[in-house]
Design a protein around this ligand. Structure first.
Ligand code: ADP
Ligand code: MG
Length: 210
């Protein structure tokens, strides 16, 4: 598949919501080690809400879906991650005005603008033990890939490796910062969520778009 339309995009968001829902207890556990233990509940609830809101839209455009997701995440997730995942989607909304299909180039631009938004808002860079450790390499892998399908596989792999890399880091942003060296040995929950998102999309692609 070279382009996805609104129906496919809603289905992708539903798939992402399903995967995060299944992993929600695990994400809470990761956050209990480094933060306050609410990350899975926060992201799980917010993505489920986004999927429901999208399902209730009559004939949405791609832009409607992206904006509805941004608002749902901003309003329902709360905490540090709510603002950051929310801004990720919000930054893409102006890029989608008038678009009725997304190709790899458009999706790459969306991911890039989202990453820039997350970094501007959160001030985290690679190595700070946050979601940026998964998101930045995932976006880079997506952009480097030749075609849409392999872009998701590459991004999923890079995100998972990036999330794994947070295990040995000392946090320089977010609640985990207060643990200092005691956070070493624990994988960042937000980076894990990013890996789950790209893995869910890659899997969706394998089943629906090849
Ligand atoms: P909170 O810490 O407010 O309880 P969550 O538990 O939902 O929020 O999310 C925690 C995740 O948010 C962390 O694992 C980390 O990936 C991400 N995070 C926190 N602060 C930042 C930041 N400044 N920049 C990027 N990501 C961050
Ligand atoms: Mg938390």
């Amino acid at each position: 598949m070279k382009h996805i339309g609104a129906a496919e995009l809603s289905s992708v968001i539903r798939a992402v919501s399903g995967r995060i829902g299944v992993e929600s207890a695990n994400l809470n556990r990761l956050d209990a080690a480094l933060g306050d233990g609410d990350h899975g509940r926060a992201v799980g609830g917010a993505f489920a809400f986004a999927a429901d809101e999208i399902g209730a839209l009559p004939e949405p455009t791609i832009g409607d879906i992206w904006r509805t997701t941004a608002k749902a995440l901003l309003n329902r997730m709360g905490g540090a991650s709510g603002a950051l995942f929310g801004v990720f989607f919000l930054r893409g909304v102006p890029l989608l005005r008038g678009e009725d299909a997304l190709g790899k180039a458009e999706m790459g631009a969306l991911l890039q603008s989202g990453l820039a938004g997350v970094k501007a808002r959160g001030k985290a860079n690679i190595g700070d033990k946050t979601m940026v450790d998964a998101l930045e390499p995932a976006v880079a892998a997506f952009l480097e890939a030749e075609d849409f399908g392999s872009a998701w596989s590459g991004a999923a792999l890079a995100a998972r490796q990036g999330a794994a890399s947070t295990r040995d880091l000392v946090a320089r942003q977010g609640r985990a910062k207060y643990l200092g060296e005691r956070g070493i040995g624990h994988i960042d929950p937000g980076a894990t969520t990013v890996a789950l998102i790209f893995e869910a999309i890659d899997e969706w692609w394998g089943m629906n778009a090849e």
